[in-house]
Design a protein around this ligand. Structure first.
Ligand code: PLP
Length: 375
């Protein structure tokens, strides 16, 4: 039995989402929603029903929701769609989907504190530049550390100092753990991705509160009111909506249950591994992420040994794991290189059990001891 503790990378599908997805992969549900016959109409109805569910959960109007091919595309659309209108700012701890888009647009990254939250003085200084930014992108919750940003305060500052700027938030890692409608209420653009909350991979959405504010960057047949062309992923969209409906209903209980498991895991590892340090303040973090830096070990070797012991873990972001470079998130937080090289992310979710936590509490200290004693 494998202890799957990599929910921040991707989550097992919820049965409700699997059923909804499969229904639109079957003979009855395969239609192209853009067509003009009964099979197409059934698919179109599924997309529009899903749009209502997802928009309501995100606190948006159905007309403000654009279905996409996932979090990366949503983030790219938000950043690239503003790049013709002025400078772009983002935090230095964004996911690469934002960070690389901002780099491609010649934008600027802002400092974060040692706790991983945006440095508000750096934000204020950047907003005071001669040319105001067109976009400020700050994630709702970080994918490596789980640290939640003070989005309300950030949006308040942007509105006061640069009223023409839009605010984008990548809420991909937040949906399981916080009510997305209230957490992202003031943002103009919001990205989500289905596979992070029990839906299928390769489908997501972008809330666009004011369509005139965003240039179109995916051109083609004019689907999604011209804002994102391409034949709809009907099965994926149905699965996304079904997963989100379950999460909305179960979030409160899920957060409580998983926070208890995470606390037991983090406290247990901090006690049993000499020198281990928790990244970020626990009270700032989403319930599902335990992130530690362990001196004297290399993440890559640790994750290899944990895999052999039947524990699925990660160094942080999918791109950083398996690579020798230190995470840009930890670097931005000023974590010393020696510690950052031993980063370990254990991420929990709706399938996580006491048994998974027990397995990690046994396997991680043993793997660390083995690596530390290696010649
Ligand atoms: N943004 C964040 C915060 C993420 O954690 C991820 C996934 O790792 C993405 C964006 C990219 O989403 P997707 O895998 O759907 O492209």
């Amino acid at each position: 039995m494998v202890a799957y503790l990599d929910h921040a990378a991707t989550t097992p599908m919820r049965p409700e989402a699997r059923r909804a997805t499969l229904a639109f992969m079957s003979e009855a549900g395969f239609g192209n929603p853009s067509g003009a016959h009964s099979v197409a109409r059934a698919a179109r109805r599924a997309v529009e029903d899903a749009r209502e569910v997802v928009a309501a959960a995100l606190g948006a109007e159905p007309s403000q929701l654009v279905f996409t091919a996932g979090g990366t595309e949503s983030d790219n659309m938000a950043v690239a769609g503003r790049s013709s209108r002025g400078p772009i700012l983002c935090s230095g701890v964004e996911h690469d989907a934002v960070l690389e888009s901002v780099r491609a647009a010649g934008g600027t990254t802002l400092r974060v504190s040692r706790d991983g939250q945006l440095d508000l003085d750096d934000l204020k200084a950047a907003l005071g530049a001669e040319v105001p930014p067109s976009l400020v992108s700050v994630m709702t919750a970080n994918n490596e550390t789980g640290v939640v940003q003070p989005l309300d305060r950030i949006i308040g500052i942007v509105r006061r100092k640069a009223p023409s700027a839009l605010v984008h938030t990548d809420a991909v890692q937040a949906v399981n753990w916080v009510d997305p409608a209230s957490a992202t209420a003031g943002a103009d653009l919001v990205s989500i991705s289905a596979h992070k909350f029990g839906g299928p991979q390769g489908v997501g959405a972008l809330v666009v509160r004011n369509p005139a504010g965003l240039d179109v960057t995916v051109h083609g047949g004019g689907q999604e009111a011209g804002r994102r062309s391409g034949t709809h992923n009907v099965a994926g969209i149905a699965g996304l909506a079904a997963a989100l409906a379950v999460v909305q209903e179960e979030r409160e209980a899920l957060v409580k249950r998983v926070a208890d498991l995470r606390d037991r895991l983090a406290d247990g590892l901090l006690t049993s591994i000499p020198g281990a340090v928790e990244t970020g303040r626990r009270e700032d973090k989403v319930a599902g992420i335990c992130h530690l830096c362990i001196p004297g070990v290399e993440s890559e070797a640790l994750i290899f040994l944990l895999d052999q012991a039947g524990v699925c873990a990660s160094a942080g972001s999918a791109c950083a794991s398996g690579a020798t470079q230190v995470s840009h998130v930890l670097r931005a937080m000023g974590v010393p290189e020696e510690l950052a090289r031993g980063a370990l992310r254990l991420s929990l979710g709706w399938t996580t059990t006491d048994g998974d936590v027990d397995a990690a509490l046994e396997a991680v200290p043993a793997a660390v001891a083995r690596l530390r004693s290696a010649p």
